[in-house]
Design a protein around this ligand. Structure first.
Ligand code: FES
Ligand SMILES: [Fe+2]
Length: 384
C-alpha cells in the first residue's frame, strides 16, 4: 500500500473515531430475499460468474514448484492446475481424452507426469499425451489432438486466476483489468513470496453470497463476536473504497485508537488494521500484518448451501513445530469466529428466508461494502 494511501486512510479512520462515525453508502439498500433463495438466480450466477468470469484460485505459493498441482470441482468444470517443467502454470479440464475419467484427484506436490487411473493414458506436466498403453488398439491416434484441454489461466502479483471454460486462443485473462485499480496495491504486498500453510473446506447451509456478506461490515462485531473479535477490533467503524466491482474495507484494531501520534498511525498502519478486499465475484482476501486468509465461496448444490475454502498464507515457510502450532492456532481462530459464529447465525437467516416473513433485507448506510457487492453482482448478471 502506498504511503500516501496509508496516511489518508489513517486520517480518515481517526476522523471516524473522533466523531463516532463510519464510512456511509449514499443510501439504504433493500436487497431482495430472492437473491439468496431463487433457483433461477443461482443458475444465472453459475453461468455468468462461475463459468464465464475469471476466478481467483489462490496464491502462486500454493503451486510453487514444477509438478505441484491442485484440483477443483466447485464450478461445474473439473479443473486441474499444475505447474509445468519450465515453471509455467497450466490449467486443464481434469478429463482424460480417452474416455473421460478424472486424471488426477486432490492436490499435492512434485508430480512427474499425469497418469489416468482408468487405463493409464499419461500426460506430461504441459498436458501433452506421452504414453498410451496398448497403443496398437488405437491405429492412427494423433497424440497431439488428445492433449488435455487447456483452460485460460493467468498468474500475476502472486495471484492465480482461471476461467473454467475451454480456452479460446485470443481470450487471455486481463488480471489488472479485473482488479479495477487495485493491482499496484495488491502487488505491493508481494503475495508471490507467501507460502501456503493449509486450506480447509467448510460447507455451511447458507447461500454463497451470504458467506461473502459475513465479511462485509464491521457493524456486527460488538454483538455477534462479543467474546472473540470484539476484544481486538472496534465495531461499526470502517473505511470503504470501491475498485470497479471489487472493494476494500479497512477495520481497526483497538490499538489504533490509542495511537495518538498520527505519524506513528500512518507508519504502522498495517499493524493496527485489517484489510478486507472483496475480489469479485467470490473471494474475500483478508490481509493482516503477518498473514493472509483467502476465503473463496462457491454455490453448493442448492441456493441454500455453499462450499467455502479458507486458505492460510504465511510469509515464511513453517519449518519448526512451534511455527506450525502458531499458524494452526491462527487458522483455528479464524474458523472459530467465522464458522461457529457467522455461518451458524447465517444458517438461521437462510431458514428464515424460506419462511416468507419478509421479501427483502436492509443494508444500512453504515454497511457500504454490502450494497456495493450486491449492486456489482446485479450489474454483472444484467439485472440492472
Ligand atoms: S479414461 Fe483415461 S485412460 Fe481411459
Ligand atoms: Fe463476523
Amino acid at each position: 500500500m502506498r504511503p500516501e494511501t496509508r496516511a489518508e486512510l489513517a486520517r480518515r479512520l481517526h476522523r471516524y473515531l473522533e466523531t463516532g462515525s463510519t464510512a456511509m453508502a449514499d443510501e439504504v439498500f433493500p436487497n431482495p430475499v430472492s437473491a439468496y433463495t431463487s433457483e433461477e438466480r443461482l443458475a444465472l450466477e453459475r453461468r455468468l460468474l462461475f463459468r464465464e468470469h475469471p476466478l481467483l484460485v489462490g496464491f502462486s505459493g500454493r503451486l510453487a514448484a514444477p509438478g505441484d498441482y491442485l484440483t477443483d470441482d466447485d464450478t461445474g468444470m473439473p479443473i486441474l492446475v499444475v505447474r509445468g517443467e519450465a515453471g509455467t502454470l497450466h490449467a486443464f479440464a481434469n478429463v482424460c481424452r480417452h474416455r473421460g475419467a478424472r486424471v488426477v484427484d486432490g492436490c499435492g506436490q512434485g508430480k512427474r507426469a499425469l497418469s489416468c487411473p482408468y487405463h493409464g493414458w499419461t500426460y506430461d506436466l504441459d498436458g501433452r499425451l506421452i504414453d498410451v498403453p496398448g497403443e496398437e488398439g488405437f491405429p492412427g491416434l494423433s497424440r497431439e489432438d488428445h492433449s488435455l484441454r487447456p483452460l485460460p489461466v493467468a498468474e500475476r502479483h502472486g495471484l492465480v486466476w482461471l476461467r473454467p471454460v475451454p480456452a479460446e486462443p485470443d481470450t487471455p485473462i486481463d488480471v489488472d483489468g479485473l482488479l479495477g485499480g487495485l493491482a499496484p496495491e495488491l502487488a505491493s504486498y508481494h503475495f508471490e513470496r507467501y507460502h501456503h500453510f493449509e486450506t480447509r473446506t467448510l460447507r455451511p447451509r447458507i447461500n454463497w453470497k451470504m458467506a461473502v456478506d459475513t465479511f462485509l461490515e464491521a457493524y456486527h462485531l460488538a454483538t455477534l463476536h462479543r467474546q472473540t473479535v470484539a476484544p481486538i477490533f472496534i465495531g461499526n467503524v470502517c473505511a470503504a473504497d470501491r475498485f470497479g466491482p471489487n472493494h476494500r474495507m479497512i477495520a481497526v484494531r483497538r490499538s489504533f485508537a490509542e495511537l495518538h501520534d498520527r505519524r506513528a498511525a500512518e507508519r504502522d498502519f498495517l499493524q493496527h488494521t485489517i484489510e478486507l478486499y472483496t475480489l469479485f465475484p467470490n473471494v474475500v482476501l483478508v490481509h493482516q500484518a503477518d498473514h493472509v486468509e483467502l476465503w473463496r465461496m462457491f454455490p453448493g448444490s442448492t441456493p441454500d448451501d455453499s462450499t467455502v475454502h479458507l486458505s492460510l498464507y504465511v510469509p515464511d515457510p513453517p519449518t519448526t513445530d512451534k511455527m506450525r502450532r502458531h499458524w494452526a492456532a491462527n487458522l483455528q481462530l479464524a474458523i472459530d469466529a467465522v464458522d461457529r459464529e457467522d455461518f451458524r447465525l447465517g444458517e438461521g437467516i437462510q431458514r428464515g428466508f424460506r419462511s416468507g416473513a419478509q421479501d427483502h433485507v436492509t443494508f444500512g448506510r453504515n454497511e457500504p461494502a454490502l450494497s456495493h457487492f450486491h449492486r456489482s453482482l446485479r450489474r454483472a448478471l444484467g439485472l440492472e
